[in-house]
Design a protein around this ligand. Structure first.
Ligand code: NCD
Ligand code: ZN
Length: 365
């Protein structure tokens, strides 16, 4: 039995039920917000994942290690008091601006709790106005990150208004990512929430040492293509950034996720917004997948006949990339058809949970 086969711990009973035990997964890209919303959404992530890379795009953004320290305390305080989730560990990130100093990078590295710096090109997405206007402003900071092996986590879209929104990721690869990686060959880079065949091929085929380049893939981009947003009516809860692409791109993402290639790992990009800001003439981008994220990934892997590849993608490759120990805890998924209950739909804060449009076939025990 090879190591992949050994990691399959699925047992099938005669009734067709199946059980899948995995090392507890981690979420390498999530938005947990702040204040009352943090208290509502954090337990969903903590119940499933051992650790998560916390996005810093609060308003105002988390730009210093000191701010990350206090945000981390608020997250720890929002963990469930008992059950799965009590030991959830937030892995903090800083928000790169034109003025972040190399000293901040050193403070971040010394802290032990900051694990990356996030690049939002200014104007790309939610709370990105304070983001980077031109990477040339960040040269000394990127050098410090490179020296200290602090990863750069990239929202990979250009903002040039003349570039079609469906092409912004592909143009980013040529105009920004490739030059950046050439100029900083020893910088650890994560291409976040990739959505195109070009991004898959770029990451898969890049000439990079192990642990230098990775990409996160969301569950919603594995499950849906752009028709979901527009066919039969406009569906704001399927609108996120980078926006869903054509089916051929979704298929490329599925191939990457199930490939067993360690450069591809799980990042939900769960991004809750109040219902009133989603169902709005100018609705916010973001899919709120956290409450059943793992079940959504299991659905996508099962549909591709590749459940045996889920554990590497969800539980191993991300921690390997970040140089953190693999989880020793486990979770169990059971095969069972279930409809998301209506009362999960909108909680007291009016945050609508992402539904994939059909029943789910896996449930976290
Ligand atoms: C994210 C958010 O709302 O913070 N939205 C999204 O559509 N993914 C920001 C981001 O990751 O782009
Ligand atoms: Zn995000």
């Amino acid at each position: 039995m090879n190591s992949l086969d050994q990691s399959i711990k699925a047992s099938f009973s005669s009734s067709g039920m199946s059980v899948l035990n995995l090392a507890r997964p981690d979420d390498w890209h999530v938005h947990v917000r702040d204040g009352a919303l943090l208290e509502t959404v954090l337990p969903h992530t903590a119940r499933q994942f051992g650790r998560a890379i916390i996005m810093p795009n609060l308003n105002p953004p988390v730009t210093t290690t000191a701010q990350a320290a206090s945000y981390r305390q608020r997250i720890l305080a929002a963990r469930p008091a008992q059950g799965p989730g009590v030991a959830f560990e937030p892995l903090m990130t800083l928000y790169l601006t034109d003025n972040m100093s190399p000293d901040e990078v050193r403070r971040a590295c010394e802290s032990g709790f900051v694990h990356g710096v996030k690049l939002y090109p200014a104007g790309t997405t939610t709370n990105s106005n304070a983001g980077v206007t031109d990477l040339r402003h960040c040269v000394v900071t990127l050098e410090a990150m490179q020296q200290n092996s602090l990863p750069l986590l990239i929202h990979g879209e250009v903002t040039d208004p003349s570039i079609d929104v469906f092409d912004r990721e592909e143009v980013f690869i040529d105009q920004v990512l490739e030059p950046l990686r050439r100029d900083f060959p020893a910088l650890k880079v994560v291409f976040e929430h990739i959505t195109t065949r070009s991004a898959v091929e770029y990451v898969r085929d890049a000439d990079a040492e192990p642990g230098m380049l990775g990409a996160t893939i969301t569950a919603h981009h594995l499950l849906l293509n752009r028709n979901a947003i527009l066919v039969g009516g406009i569906r704001p809860h399927y609108y996120c950034l980078p926006v869903f692409k054509r089916e051929t791109h979704r298929l490329a993402l599925v191939e990457a996720a199930i490939s067993g290639h360690p450069r591809f790992f799980l990042g939900t990009d769960s991004a809750p917004h109040p219902q009133s800001l989603k169902e709005n003439p100018c609705g916010c981008a973001g899919c709120y997948t956290a409450p059943h994220a793992l079940e959504l990934y299991a659905q996508a892997f099962d549909k591709a006949g590749a459940l045996r590849r889920l554990e590497g993608f969800a539980s191993f490759y991300g921690s390997d990339f970040y140089g953190l120990p693999r989880s020793t805890d486990t979770v169990t998924l059971e095969r069972t058809s279930w409809v998301l209950p209506e009362d999960v739909d909108a909680d007291s804060l009016g945050v609508v949970v992402f539904k994939p449009g059909k029943d789910l076939s896996w449930k976290l025990r």
